[in-house]
Structure formats: C-alpha cells, structure tokens
Design a protein around this ligand. Sequence first.
Ligand SMILES: Nc1nc2c(ncn2[C@@H]2O[C@H](COP(=O)(O)OP(=O)(O)OP(=O)(O)O)[C@@H](O)[C@H]2O)c(=O)[nH]1
Ligand SMILES: [Mg+2]
Ligand SMILES: [Zn+2]
Length: 284
Amino acid sequence: MKTGIITKKNADLFFIDGIGYVARKNLKTDGIYVGDFVEYDEENKVIEKILKRKNLLVRPPLANVDKMLIVIAPVPKPDFVLIDKLIIYCELNNIRPVLIVNKKDLLNSHLKDEIEKIYSKIIDIFYVCSFDRSALNLKEIVKGICAFAGQSAVGKSSLINSIFQENKEKIGEISKHIERGKQTTRLVSLYKLGEDSFLADTSGFSKLDEKLLNLQSDELAGYFPDFLEFLPHCEYKTCRHIKEKNCAVKHAVEIGKISKQRYNSYIKIFEALKDFRRNYEKKN
Ligand SMILES: Nc1nc2c(ncn2[C@@H]2O[C@H](COP(=O)(O)OP(=O)(O)OP(=O)(O)O)[C@@H](O)[C@H]2O)c(=O)[nH]1
Ligand SMILES: [Mg+2]
Ligand SMILES: [Zn+2]
C-alpha cells in the first residue's frame, strides 16, 4: 500500500499528489478532506485508509495544517481582534502562525510601528507586496501544509499567484463556492511548492466564530503568550484580568509592557466566549 496526500477534491473523487484522481472505498469513517494523508491501492485507484490527522480546520475543511500565514494589509484596515483570534486558533490546533503584512507599497511608518509594537514579540512578521518579487521570499517559509488566512481583500489570492507566478486563484472576488442547502462550502486546493510543501488559500477564515475557539473564558489569558509572565503575579489566583484589583496584567498594560490593542482583544474575545457559553447553556 502506498501513502499520498489529497490536494483537491472533485465531487466524489480525490486528487492524490503525483498520482491523479482516485475514488474512495466504502469507508465507514467520516469524510476525506484536502490535506489528508491516505493509503491507497494504486492498481484499483481507491483510497483504503485515512491516516490519523494532526488537526482539521473547518470552513473550508483542510486537514493537517502545519503553518498559518495570517495576512493583513494597510487596506482594508487591519482587524486586530481577528488576528488575535487566529493566533489563538493556531495555538489550539497545534499550528504555527506567522504574520504577513501585504501591500507594503501602501504601508506608512505609523502603521508599521504599530504592527511591530503589538506583534514583534509574539510572532514572526514578513513584509511583502504581491506586485513585486518580495512575495517570492515567502517560499522559504512554506514548509509542510501551509494555509493563508485573513480578512477579505488583503491579497491572499494575489500572493498565491505571485508566489507561483501564474494565475491559480481568482482576484478581487469571493472565489469558488458551492451551495449545499443552507451551508456554503468553499472549495480549497493545495498547491505544491516543494517536495513536502503545500500552500492553500483559505478565504473562509476571513471571520472566525467564537465557537471555533473551544475554550472557557477563564482559560483565555493562557493563550496570550505576551500575558504569561504576568499571570502568576495577580493577587487572585482566579483573576480574570478585567475588574479585579492588583491585577498584574492590567498593570503591565498601564506601564506599556502589554500592548493596549492586545488587551482590548483579550476583553472582546473574553466577552464573546462568555456570551457564547451563556447562549449555548440556554439552548441545551
Ligand atoms: N496596492 C496593492 N494592492 C494589492 C496587493 N496585493 C493585492 N492587491 C489588491 O487587493 C485586492 C484584493 O486582492 P485578493 O487577492 O483578491 O484578496 P483576497 O485576500 O484573496 O480576498 P478574498 O478572496 O475575498 O478573501 C485586489 O484588487 C488586488 O489587486 C499589493 O501588494 N499592493
Ligand atoms: Mg481570494
Ligand atoms: Zn489579573
């Protein structure tokens, strides 16, 4: 039996890198997704077995993601709360996040300083432009299965086209979706960049629902790496870092050791997780 990776899906057929389309056997497991490593029978062109997944992202489904390239740009204005949610999502799913600042042709020093101040301590940052060769530098960071994520129109598809120097993705429109009942499923493909390196455009992550963050609100602070050194110094062990007195996190914000923007994200996500739990408990 041979092993391969699914790089795209077409109705009931699955494309295995280097092999072509194969069918699925009557597997009594759940679905097979792009990014899955499978064992297949080469002669009969059928998938025999899905190998254990490292993770599975939803909307669009993509399995075994190693690295997430979170893209922001000067236009549209960065949604810092979304970036922070994506970083937490990566942490929860064992994915390494990197921050890609695209459209550097439009970047002013004020925004660049702001981005550096908030993120340089917690994530690697790369500055690129889809229209010049700088996007090619991203080739070096694509290792394993990598996925682009970020707000609509920041230039994820443009970057893919620039990296591959051909038109793989549609630009300036919400590309490729099929309707199935109420749910909209977006198709996702993996493009091969090197022997074990693949890249996907996952426009579905332009928003990130709180329910995807499988967390209790009081666990949240532990997912802010820039908060960690302060957490043991709060007066109360159960400190939520919001209204409590003698909170080391709030103190760190006041003296500029934690960015105000990050703390603002923390409060927004905290409230959203609490609301989500409350509604969830009401329904069940
Ligand atoms: N100035 C400038 N514009 C860019 C750059 N990269 C992309 N754009 C433009 O930004 C717009 C959106 O680009 P897309 O690549 O479609 O953005 P996207 O992130 O794929 O958007 P969705 O598919 O909706 O999530 C297009 O008009 C691009 O031409 C860049 O480096 N500089
Ligand atoms: Mg796109
Ligand atoms: Zn505290």
